[in-house]
Design a protein around this ligand. Sequence first.
Ligand SMILES: Nc1ncnc2c1ncn2[C@@H]1O[C@H](COP(=O)(O)OP(=O)(O)OP(=O)(O)O)[C@@H](O)[C@H]1O
Length: 230
Amino acid sequence: MIEIHHLTKRYGSFKAVDDIELVAQSGKITILLGPNGAGKSTTIKSIANLLKFEGNIQICGYDNGSIEAKRCFGYVPETPVLYDLLTVDEHIDFIGHAYQVENYKEKAQKYLELFHLTEKRKKMAKELSKGMTQKLSMLLAFMIEPKALLVDEPMVGLDPASIEETLKILRNIADEGCAVLISTHIIDIVSDIFDEAYIMKEGHIIQRIQKNELQEESLKDFFFELTEGK
Ligand SMILES: Nc1ncnc2c1ncn2[C@@H]1O[C@H](COP(=O)(O)OP(=O)(O)OP(=O)(O)O)[C@@H](O)[C@H]1O
């Protein structure tokens, strides 16, 4: 579970995120939706403890700055952070050892196949296409079998088949008990798989809604009503 209480992030005097509350439950896909500049990435980076912030964030019951929290969450950033000169296999070895993942090669193999990266294993990160680097970045976060998963704009740069595969994987990961939190502004892609949505605008959470509360209305219509078509 990921719990955020009274999260505020200021850049100078500007509040990019203003006193938000959010809970991403284990076994569920929670989405953070909002127009450009709403504060989604700032929220995700605060959860990943990459930014200084005010408030309290717990991951799996631990303060997000603690080593215990770091061991239990995976993070897929908006722009993949890889080592240009390491191969796909070397990235897998590095993360497998750093997180002390048992049988990490087997776990990675499953995602290499699902993402059609098997024949790229000996390629350096700098030799991969943009979509392939995104897939490698996801593979590295998924193979540690996280209890909480932060995914920032995961579908940018992926082809339609890869988007479908990624959505299936995210659903499976949630069904195995992980708290999956996805930040995105592309509503169509997540409208089928989300369990709960938080809608963010100008640094505030303006609405929280469960999928079964939407009834006839689509998530997109609901979102546009709240954000005035942004
Ligand atoms: N390093 C920074 N310094 C100053 N302001 C920043 C910084 N990073 C983000 N901001 C501002 O904070 C606000 C929220 O930005 P953030 O990147 O969190 O939005 P977002 O919802 O992820 O947007 P997008 O969908 O465009 O990625 C924006 O007004 C942005 O200009």
